[in-house]
Write a protein that binds this ligand. Structure first.
Ligand code: SF4
Ligand code: SF4
Length: 262
């Protein structure tokens, strides 16, 4: 195991790592005998774009979606809040979005569901080194998708599952998560943890924070930028990532208006 691999989450340490253009065989479709078996009793981490897409698809506010469909496990090992899709109560622990014909939110399914059976880990930041993602292959016994189908590289699979558009939007989020500020095991205090959670996952509360407070008087922002974040959820989310760099790590990503300075 390389030093980089030793830094990946425990759940991936015993999975097969996929190198470069290494191929794997996979096909998933309603005809497989295991159809939907993967959509129960599974840990699915949600990204900020996952939450935004699913909340909008279900016509819920981000707060309502978080309350109904997510869990935020707290452990001392976590340096930032994480969010997971909450499985239904009951013995099967089914995903709340699985139906007889498959995923009922398919076009807006979470990033982790798109990527399966591939998993990605981004090693923690090191000074002067841009973290490179590592890829792994889940080889779960219940999943028969590896028994037929075509060969894929990680690159081909990612393109097929259209994860790149989402990852482009979340590039700034990944930079937050693996920010050099955390090098050496530094921890955010509870207030900053909450800011991170609100900015990344609770976009409707963040919107109120921006538009229903003195925020716009305190920071210099161009009128066009304000208009864009007012009408476009995705622009608002990108703005939240930018603001968090200022609020969490003191980076000069925002300019305080002169009149607001003491
Ligand atoms: S969101 Fe869709 S693909 Fe993901 S576990 Fe639920 S039903 Fe399955
Ligand atoms: S092939 Fe694998 S991913 Fe597809 S339905 Fe079966 S268990 Fe799920």
């Amino acid at each position: 195991m390389t030093a980089e691999v030793s830094a990946v989450p425990e759940v991936l340490r015993h999975q097969r790592q996929l190198a470069g253009r290494e191929e794997f065989c996979f096909a998933c479709h309603p005809g497989v005998p295991c159809f939907n078996r993967c959509c129960a009793d599974v840990n699915i981490l949600l990204t900020p774009v996952d939450v935004l897409r699913l909340a909008r698809r279900l016509d819920l506010t981000s707060g309502e979606f978080l309350d109904r469909y997510t869990l935020a496990p707290i452990t001392k090992d976590l340096h930032l809040p994480v969010l997971m899709l909450r499985m239904e109560e009951g013995a099967e622990k089914r995903c709340p979005f699985v139906g007889a014909a498959g995923c009922t939110v398919y076009e807006d399914r979470p990033w982790a569901c798109r990527m399966y059976p591939v998993a990605m880990a981004v090693p923690p930041a090191r000074a002067g080194v841009e973290p490179k993602p590592l890829y792994f292959l889940f080889e779960d016994d219940f999943c028969l998708g590896r028994e037929g189908g075509r060969n894929w590289t990680v690159e081909g699979w990612r393109a097929d599952q259209r994860v790149e558009e989402q990852e482009e939007m979340e590039a700034d989020f990944r930079e937050l998560v693996s920010h050099p500020w955390f090098i050496g095991g530094r921890q955010l205090d509870p207030k900053r943890m909450e800011l991170f959670f609100t900015g990344c996952y609770d976009i409707d509360t963040f919107r109120r924070f921006v538009f229903d407070s003195s925020f716009l008087q305190r920071f210099e922002l161009e009128a066009a930028a304000v208009e864009e974040i007012r009408r476009d959820d995705r622009a608002l989310l990108r703005f939240a990532f930018r603001w968090l760099r200022f609020a969490l790590f003191g980076e000069p990503t925002m300019t305080i208006r002169k009149a607001s300075e003491p």
